[in-house]
Design a protein around this ligand. Structure first.
Ligand code: C2E
Ligand code: MG
Ligand code: MG
Ligand code: MG
Length: 294
């Protein structure tokens, strides 16, 4: 879609907003922006959870928390629409902190630690840039009781390429806390192999654009690239997750290529918590863990 620029008068003075033509008139966008300001306090934001699976054992290894906005009159608004808006208005800061706290709370309630499951949370660049971001994460873990190593923070390469030194510092401090760090959407944008080598990521999430092309005439070339990315990541001691697995062909090919984990509609869609909980196997508590409270 063509991006048009509109000069919009706002309380803080004149500001240039990027306006996606598909979203309608600027006034509509301003309205959405205003609504987003109250979405959090109005309990219109929810987290859905998508299961992540081991390709070796087929077992659930965790969940990715994905934000949903149930708008009072417009219905469900996808993150691709409102996350950019939340970033522009910096509302992503309170929203992102809520996501982190809610995901940790939910994971603790599901006793993810006793079940060897992790919860993954997407972190936007603005959050990551906060000098006290590590303290926010520490507080979310402490208040929820979730052990740090069961939290995976997903960051994107654009975030890292903004300021490699700051990224290195924050990642170092988060890892000292015990939190795991994943590089999300890898292979799109400005992927830098040296960045992959120089930062201690625990997980590499290969963007689903690769998976999609496995079903086209580009299959041999894309499979070769996936194979190389998987081997590279594993050589660097990272777990590899491939996103967007939608059919059995893709699933079997990635398993044959030695990919560790998979996420996609074939395995599980993002689900509201009351449905996602059913993905957790009934007898998954590790030996020695105390029985669930009745
Ligand atoms: P992401 O982090 O790469 O999340 C994966 C996206 O792929 C999700 O889209 C998920 O629903 C979708 N997906 C998973 N499996 C499949 C599949 O098999 N086929 C297809 N076609 N799609 C699949 P969703 O939930 O719409 O989220 C889009 C993006 O919005 C996320 O991409 C993430 O970058 C961002 N996002 C979502 N929640 C949050 C959040 O709490 N904070 C921040 N900062 N960003 C978020
Ligand atoms: Mg993600
Ligand atoms: Mg992401
Ligand atoms: Mg992704």
């Amino acid at each position: 879609a063509d991006m048009a620029m509109y000069r919009v008068k706002r309380s803080g003075g004149n500001q240039v907003l990027h306006f996606d033509a598909a979203m309608g008139e600027p006034s509509e966008r301003q309205q959405l922006e205003r609504d987003l300001g109250t979405a959090l306090s109005g309990h219109e934001l929810r987290l859905h959870y998508q299961g992540r699976y081991s390709l070796r054992t087929s077992q659930l290894v965790g969940f990715e928390a994905l934000l949903r906005w149930q708008h009072s009159t417009r219905g469900l608004i996808p993150p691709a629409t409102f996350i950019p808006l939340a970033e522009e208005t910096r509302l992503i800061l309170p929203i992102g902190e809520w996501v982190l706290r809610e995901a940790c709370r939910q994971a603790a309630e599901w006793r993810c630690a006793e079940r060897s499951l992790c919860v993954s949370v997407n972190v936007s660049a603005l959050q990551f840039d906060l000098p006290h971001f590590v303290e926010i994460v520490r507080a979310a873990l402490a208040d929820s009781g979730l052990p740090a190593r069961h939290l995976i923070l997903e960051i994107t390469e654009s975030l890292v390429t903004r300021d490699l030194e700051r990224a290195r510092q924050h990642i170092g401090r988060l890892k000292a806390l015990g939190v795991q760090i994943a590089m999300d959407d890898f292979g799109t944008g400005y992927s830098s192999l040296s960045m992959l080598e120089s930062l201690p990521f625990d997980e590499l999430k290969v963007d689903r654009s690769f998976t999609r092309h496995l079903n086209t005439e580009r299959q041999p070339r894309v499979a070769a690239m996936l194979s190389a990315m998987i081997q590279l990541a594993q050589t660097l001691d990272m777990t590899v997750t491939v996103e967007g697995i939608e059919d059995a062909c893709q699933h079997d090919l990635l398993r044959a290529l030695g990919c560790d984990h998979a996420q996609g509609f074939l395995l599980a869609r993002p689900l509201p918590p009351e449905e996602a909980v059913a993905l957790i196997p009934a007898a998954a508590l590790s030996p020695g863990a105390s029985p669930a409270p009745s």
